[in-house]
Design a protein around this ligand. Structure first.
Ligand SMILES: [Cu+2]
Length: 72
């Protein structure tokens, strides 16, 4: 499963690391790629990670999910 997440609130490399760590902790996640200028994170996981889990993790890290798109 691959999901692309549009995130509001990231302003530097510290923020992208913070988001990356928060998403990497979710169950089954195998890779997370965060792009600061595009304001996106691409998350790959073995099993489905729900949109709610993703929103919760990013919310807890202090950022805001604008949109979640399923890539495959
Ligand atoms: Cu920052």
């Amino acid at each position: 499963m691959t999901k692309k997440i549009l995130i509001e609130g990231m302003s530097c490399g510290h923020c992208t690391n913070h988001v990356k760590e928060a998403l990497a902790e979710l169950n089954g996640v195998t890779s997370v790629d965060v792009n600061l200028s595009a304001k996106t994170a691409v998350l790959e996981a073995l099993a489905n990670v729900s949109d709610e889990e993703i929103k919760h993790a990013i919310d807890d890290a202090g950022y805001e999910v604008v949109k979640i798109e399923v890539l495959k």
